[in-house]
Design a protein around this ligand. Structure first.
Ligand SMILES: C[S@@+](CC[C@H](N)C(=O)[O-])C[C@H]1O[C@@H](n2cnc3c(N)ncnc32)[C@H](O)[C@@H]1O
Length: 191
């Protein structure tokens, strides 16, 4: 099932709203980072720059076959061989990766879904102990040009409460702003 309000505007417009390098820098992704799982890669906005900078593989999933084709095309154009992009309903079927194989999992603009705790649990499952679940979402304290409806748009505190509900994810640091429109939450796997 495609989760609620997960449609995308045209790529150029979407990507003009995100400072991708700042976001990846802020979470600390670098050559020492191993494999990463990404739920809902969309246009590959983060997938391709992430793959360029990490030592491992980006396992990118999206329910939309056009998004996967698009991400694969961008990866090929960039000459990257460390992206595995696959069509998958991650809500229904999970990532399909073994337990604990990833250093990190990206949940970017995802957690306004119908099942945030289940998605956090699945992210927790595929990362190693000490690994991170990295979350970005649209701010609610300012007017933003895109983003889900106010009623379902999570605050950082809500993300942290859902993380606690997993029983195995805790805040690695306080939440932070990712200008112009987003905030970030970095969670660490403790159990
Ligand atoms: C709002 S977009 C975010 C894309 C990307 N994370 C970003 O921030 O640029 C959400 C993406 O999640 C995908 N998606 C929705 N439901 C999904 C599901 N059940 N399994 C995997 N992907 C899903 C959509 O097709 C869409 O590409």
């Amino acid at each position: 099932m495609k989760y609620r309000e997960s449609g995308m505007p045209p790529q150029d417009y979407w990507e003009a709203l995100l400072d991708v390098a700042l976001i990846l820098d802020r979470f600390g992704f670098d050559a020492a980072t191993g494999d990463v799982a990404e739920l809902g890669c969309g246009y590959g906005t983060f997938t391709v720059p992430l793959a360029r900078r990490i030592g491992g593989i980006v396992h990118a999933f999206d329910i939309d076959t056009e998004m996967i084709a698009h991400t694969r095309r961008r990866a090929a154009e960039a000459g990257l061989t460390n992206i595995r992009a696959a069509q998958r309903d991650v809500f229904a079927d999970g990532f399909g990766l073994p337990d604990g194989v990833c250093d990190a999992c990206l949940l970017f603009n995802i957690l306004h879904s119908e099942a945030p705790v289940e998605m956090l649990r699945e992210a927790q499952r595929v990362i190693r102990p000490g690994g991170t679940v990295t979350v970005i979402h649209w701010r609610s304290d300012i007017a933003t040009p895109r983003g889900p409806s106010a009623e379902i748009r999570p605050l950082p505190e809500q993300i942290l409460a859902w993380a606690r509900d997993t029983g195995g994810l805790t805040a690695a640091e306080p939440s932070f702003l990712l200008p112009p429109w987003h905030y970030g939450v970095k969670l660490r796997k403790t159990a």
